[in-house]
Write a protein that binds this ligand. Structure first.
Ligand code: 0GY
Length: 306
């Protein structure tokens, strides 16, 4: 098999025809984690990227949003665009108030640049510690960034592997902003959801202003999208993890599609099925309203009506 080159797409094309979800998302639902990639001819990818995504631009994202019945989106800067936030900012601006952004910036970012990003709709920065995605994550520089964005009321989005939490936790809790953790801190879902590793993660969440995206069952699952042993729903092995977080922190959980699902090489998820996953982890209407509407509105559109 040819080795994937960073110059060729290293993942499957995104799912072009998502199914109609059975579960109807409540009015005002926010997709709090999705991306735009390119189109490359307009917004080139960073030379230091670790993978090359398929083009997945704002027009497709907005079509998916409308198909699923999502009201607003939070577009998160992905590593393959580096610290050039122009594709993300272009999409956020084009959404006309219905999108917010999370940027990647360098430690020498100026106050003027941050104010421009804020005016465009950016409300957070992302720190990535996943080794297959970034060469290094120097903490001094990240702390400088956090100190610069804190006065704007922004938060820091953290992406890390669960095995690295013990080493990172003191750094995280020393940052001066609210924290938002991607994909439940990437637990190993072959271990029990009530076991020591995931309990440790939840203790970290309990230490302060820490929010959790209960996203990416498709990325964390070992059992995958197919029904399993009579279980009628996909990604069954991730459900106990999402359910536990929603039960313990109903006011600090967020949901998102992760469209267009970069770097998945075994299957390309159907976003309709990912919507149908929601009521498996948020089992009451009250929990679902907090997860899908109230919590992301508080973080990204504080004080605004849905
Ligand atoms: C995600 C996950 C991944 C990629 C990125 O910034 C990125 O490149 O976030 C991944 O490969 O796990 O949230 O999209």
């Amino acid at each position: 098999m040819p080795t994937a080159s960073p110059k060729t797409p290293g993942w499957l094309d995104w799912h072009p025809g998502p199914s109609e979800p059975v579960f109807r998302l409540p009015a005002g639902t926010v997709d709090a984690h999705c991306h735009v990639f390119g189109p490359q001819a307009e917004f080139p990818f960073a030379p230091q990227r670790k993978y090359t995504p398929c083009d997945a631009g704002k027009d497709q994202l907005f079509r998916l949003r409308d198909h699923l019945g999502i009201a607003r989106t939070v577009i998160v800067q992905a590593t393959c665009h580096g610290t050039d936030n122009s594709a993300m900012v272009d999409a956020v601006r084009a959404a006309g108030g219905r999108a917010r952004g999370v940027a990647s910036v360098r430690p020498d970012v100026t106050e003027g640049e941050l104010l421009d990003l804020h005016a465009a709709g950016v409300r957070g920065v992302r720190f990535n510690f996943v080794r297959r995605l970034v060469d290094a994550s120097p903490r001094d520089g990240l702390r400088t960034v956090a100190e610069k964005v804190a006065p704007l009321g922004w938060h820091v989005v953290l992406y890390f592997e669960s095995a690295d939490l013990p080493d990172l936790e003191d750094f995280f809790t020393s940052l001066p902003t609210p924290l938002v953790v991607d994909h439940m801190g990437r637990p190993d879902v072959t271990r029990p959801a009530d076991g020591p590793e995931f309990s440790r993660f939840l203790r970290f969440v309990g230490t302060g202003d820490v929010w959790v995206k209960v996203t990416c069952p498709e990325r964390l699952s070992v059992t995958g999208p197919a029904a399993l042993d009579g279980e009628p729903h996909p990604y069954a092995d991730v459900v106990p993890f999402g359910h536990r977080v929603v039960e313990e922190f109903p006011d600090r959980v967020l949901w998102g599609t992760d469209w267009p699902h970069p770097n998945l090489t075994d299957h390309m998820p159907d976003d309709g099925l990912l919507v149908d996953y929601v009521p498996r982890i948020a089992v009451t209407a009250d929990q679902r309203h907090k997860l899908l509407v109230d919590n992301p509105m508080k973080l990204y559109w504080p004080g605004e009506e849905i």
